[in-house]
Structure formats: C-alpha cells, structure tokens
Design a protein around this ligand. Sequence first.
Ligand code: ADP
Ligand code: MG
Length: 248
Amino acid sequence: MLCFSGVSVDYGTGADVVHAIADTSLCVERGTVLALIGASGCGKSTLLRVGAGLVQPTAGTITSDGVPIDPRTLRIGFLPQNYGLLAWKTVRENILLGAQIKGEWSTERVSAFDELVAELGLSDLLERYPRELSGGQQQRVGLARVFLLSPDLLLMDEPFSALDAITRESMQEVFLSLWKKQAVTTLLVTHYVEEALTLAGRIAVMRGTPGRVAEIMDNPYAGDLAHRSSQAFFAMGQELRAKIAGGV
Ligand code: ADP
Ligand code: MG
C-alpha cells in the first residue's frame, strides 16, 4: 500500500513561493487503481511527482507498506503526460529502456516483450522513431515500456488526455486489458470524469489553492467499459463533476 501522509509542496522560496499542495493524505491500496481528479493547477502532477521521487515534499511522508518510499529499491513505472519517449531511440529501444536501466535482462523478459508488443499492436513499428508514430501509437509504446518493467507502482499523468475521444476510449480498453493481467498498484491523474469512472475503483477529488484531497469516493463502475452507457454511470459522473467544482 502506498500512502501519502500530510504532504505539502512549495515551489520556490520567499516572495516567489507557490504553495502547490498542502497537508494532503491519501492511500492507494495494493492491486487497485486510484484516480486523482481535479481542475488544472490544483496540484495533481505535483503529488504524482512526489510519489515518483522527482519532487521532495516540503512536509509530510510517502510510504510503501509503512516504509519510506525509495525509488532505488521500489520499482516505479512513471508515464508522464507527453509519454516520455526518447526521440533519438527506436520504438524497440524506447520500450526496453526501463527494464534495461533496472539492469534486468532475461529470457523471461524477452518473451514478455514479445507478448506485450503483439498485444499492443506494435510488432510492425519496432524500428520506427517516435516522430513517425501517431499519438495513440506513441501512447502504446509508453504503456509497453511501463508494463514491461512489471512495476510495484504505476504512476500515470493524464496518459490519454492528448488523444482524440475515440482513440482515448480504445486506449482505456488496452490499459484495462494489460492491467487485469498484472493488477499493478496504480495512481492515475486525469481530468476526465469518464476516464476516472472507467478505470479507477477509488477516485480522489483535489481542489483548492493550495490543492488538497477534498473527497474520496468508491466507484463500482471501474474495469468495464460496458457501464459507460448506463444511466447510473452518467449520474455518478454528474455527482463527481459537482465535487470537482467544489459543491456538495
Ligand atoms: P495540475 O497537475 O493539477 O494541473 P500542478 O501540480 O502541475 O497542477 O501545479 C500545481 C501548482 O504548482 C500550480 O499553481 C502550478 O503553477 C505550480 N507549479 C507546478 N510546477 C511548478 C514549478 N516547477 N515551479 C513553480 N510552480 C510550479
Ligand atoms: Mg498536471
């Protein structure tokens, strides 16, 4: 279980200080997906970067199963908003990057690589460069990279936001299918209500300046795209929108 306790982050100092998040606590249970949702600027990416060890909190702690998080020992898959692909490396090299940095290469990984690449429809694209791919294809390369790592913790920052609505829904389906095989503990930042309801069993709403987690809701609709057309799903979406805006 990943827990943020009383986390605050200030950027800068003195007169230029920006209080990005204040006294935020949140736990993601092992083997679940938690979505962090909120308006632009409320501190979602900041909290995710704290989880990845990329930003040091000004106050508070981040623990995994009670132990302070250490990116050197905990395997963290971080999927940034722009997919984080290296322009000068091929698709194959980009996918292998995470696992290679961790210094692990084995016949087991080779077969996991082949399987992932086939499932994500990337087999014919392995020798291309990122600029030769569509947004959806780049996104699939990013997913292949993090899932090949078999991370203990997956952190995704608005992974599907830059995609058109149709591609976004098909990528959500791809994510669910990969996730059902590995059940990686996942913290997903999104600003799409439907995306949170489709993918995450719990949804944390952030709001305010500085931002903090204002509410957490359980979501029974996660994991199955078939719910999307139901009246109950729509009603829950309306409820969530109101919470994001600061009402209820
Ligand atoms: P979100 O992802 O919810 O849009 P962010 O975490 O990116 O929000 O930003 C939260 C606040 O912190 C915003 O006011 C933003 O301008 C500020 N901020 C983010 N990154 C930096 C930075 N590197 N330096 C200074 N301020 C920053
Ligand atoms: Mg952000």
